[in-house]
Design a protein around this ligand. Structure first.
Ligand SMILES: Cc1ncc(COP(=O)(O)O)c(C=O)c1O
Length: 457
């Protein structure tokens, strides 16, 4: 017996199958039935939905490609993986196996790195707030510390005095390079604070200036910004090393910020066509560096602190359609079981979302329609994507929200719903990176004062 079709209220749908220009459109029609060779249905059967799915081979390849692009162009390169981008310990451990150091911005991230066996001397400690205890520990374990403020320099001086030894410190610099520039971190070059910080360190009997650090933002699509940034960093380097002959800058840390192929909401052309390659970033950064240092006796180490470019495209989310809505304006709304509490970056990115099943027009799959994709949270803000172009989908169907490895898990939270499992695919095996949360886990840290513990009535 042929499957009985569900009755559906007829709607008039604009036919969106054609491409709008030579780059956009057609890819929306593809499906994604498997991730790294494992079928989506099988993953859901084994681990539930929603589900974060990481691909080990792709993660390793990203790291290798990035390292190769830079190390072919500059001889002393170290990659420190930015923990905040995705601090699942299994993901961090994978990059450490590949040779990465850890880049952390809090004591909590620092602890994770130590627990994974990363020596203190291979941890770069950044960020605008480091407690006294955190700083002291990092000093004792010989971590690379990039100071963010004058207050932190005073703190480090006191720690050095207490420990009775000189402490090496880097300074984070910010400079005006583009419109949406990050200017609140570190010492401003234009305001003269960077020079004042270098001066303060040079004057201090306890501190030694050992590095210059900068991180200019994230998803930087214009590689030339990096070239300008390195050129100005080198001017500053010249200025301080000629003023203070005792300074030896051991490293230049140019941060992260390299883009993934995700598309920002305001971009007309899909991100995969505008995202620079690792080689292009490496040229922008390494050409000025090599021309400065190839003839000099001293060549500082180049630190990179990538996050997004390593993980974004290698981790996907499986979600399931739970309900369909006809909205008053004639549009269709689909409710998924994964919301913005799991995918907070949907605020910025227009994710590549594909159905797991094939929807073939010829087989009666239907014409793609524009739909709004909502999450399961009982809040109006819970919208994963407006006007997604998808074939008609039924409740129970799975979708793959692709390339969500950066800043989603690490910024996810238990708002209305708990966080699901994360798994990693290695060859043909699938293993947990994190178990799904349950109510016991959530209640562990809660306390109910005795006078609140008894219900009235
Ligand atoms: C100091 C620092 N380094 C590295 C990163 C990683 O940036 P991205 O994920 O854009 O590579 C960040 C992210 O904000 C950062 O603040």
């Amino acid at each position: 017996m042929p499957e009985k079709k569900l009755y559906e209220k007829p709607t008039i749908v604009r036919n969106m199958q054609g491409s709008m220009n030579k780059l956009a459109g057609a890819r929306q029609r593809q499906q994604c039935g498997e991730i790294a060779g494992i079928s989506v249905n099988e993953l859901v059967k084994g681990f539930g939905s929603p589900l974060w799915v990481a691909c080990e081979e792709e993660l390793r390849l990203k790291y290798k490609n990035l390292y190769q692009a830079f190390s072919l162009r500059y001889p002393k390169v170290t990659i420190a993986y930015s923990y905040k981008t995705n601090f699942l310990p299994g993901i961090c451990a994978l990059f450490h196996q590949e040779g990465a150091w850890a880049e952390v911005v809090s004591g909590f991230e620092y602890e994770i790195a130590l627990s994974l066996g990363v020596p203190g001397s291979q941890i770069i400690f950044n960020g605008p707030y480091k407690t006294r205890e955190e700083l002291e520990r990092a000093v004792k374990l010989n971590s690379t510390i990039n100071a963010d403020s004058f207050e932190e320099l005073y703190e480090l001086e006191e720690i050095a005095e207490k420990l009775g030894r000189k402490v090496k410190v880097g300074i984070r610099i910010n400079m005006k390079l583009y419109e949406a520039n990050w200017s609140r971190f570190g010492f401003s070059l234009e305001e003269g604070d960077a020079l004042r910080a270098a001066h303060q360190i040079a004057q201090s009997g306890n501190l030694t200036l050992s590095g210059l650090h900068i991180h200019i933002g994230t998803q930087i699509l214009d590689k030339d910004i990096y070239r300008r940034m390195v050129e100005r960093l080198l001017e500053f380097y010249q200025e301080i090393t000629s003023q203070y002959s005792e300074i030896t800058i051991e490293y230049l840390d140019v941060g992260g910020g390299f883009a993934s192929s995700n598309t920002l909401h305001h971009e007309w052309i899909s991100g995969e066509y505008v995202c620079p390659t690792f080689e292009e970033y490496a040229d922008a950064i390494c050409i000025p560096l090599t021309s400065e240092f190839s003839k000099a006796g001293h060549m500082p180490r180049l630190f990179l602190e990538p996050g997004r470019a390593l993980v974004d495209e290698c981790i996907h989310m499986i979600a399931t359609l739970v309900a369909r809505k006809d909205l008053p304006d004639g549009q269709r709304g689909l409710v998924l079981n994964a919301g913005i509490n799991l995918l907070p970056t949907s605020y910025w990115y227009r994710f590549d979302i594909k159905p797991a099943a094939t929807h073939n027009d010829a087989a009666g799959g239907g014409i793609a329609e524009r739909v709004h994709l909502y999450g399961p949270l009982c809040m109006n803000i819970d919208c994963i994507q407006e006007n997604a172009l998808l074939p008609p989908l039924r409740a129970g169907e799975h979708l793959v929200i692709r390339n969500v490895g950066a800043y989603n898990y690490s910024q996810s939270w238990q708002f209305i719903r708990l966080r699901p499992a994360a798994v990693i695919i290695t060859g043909t095996s699938v293993e947990y990176l994190r178990l799904p949360e349950n109510t016991d886990y959530i209640m562990q840290l809660n306390r109910i004062p005795e006078h609140l513990a008894h219900r009235s009535g």
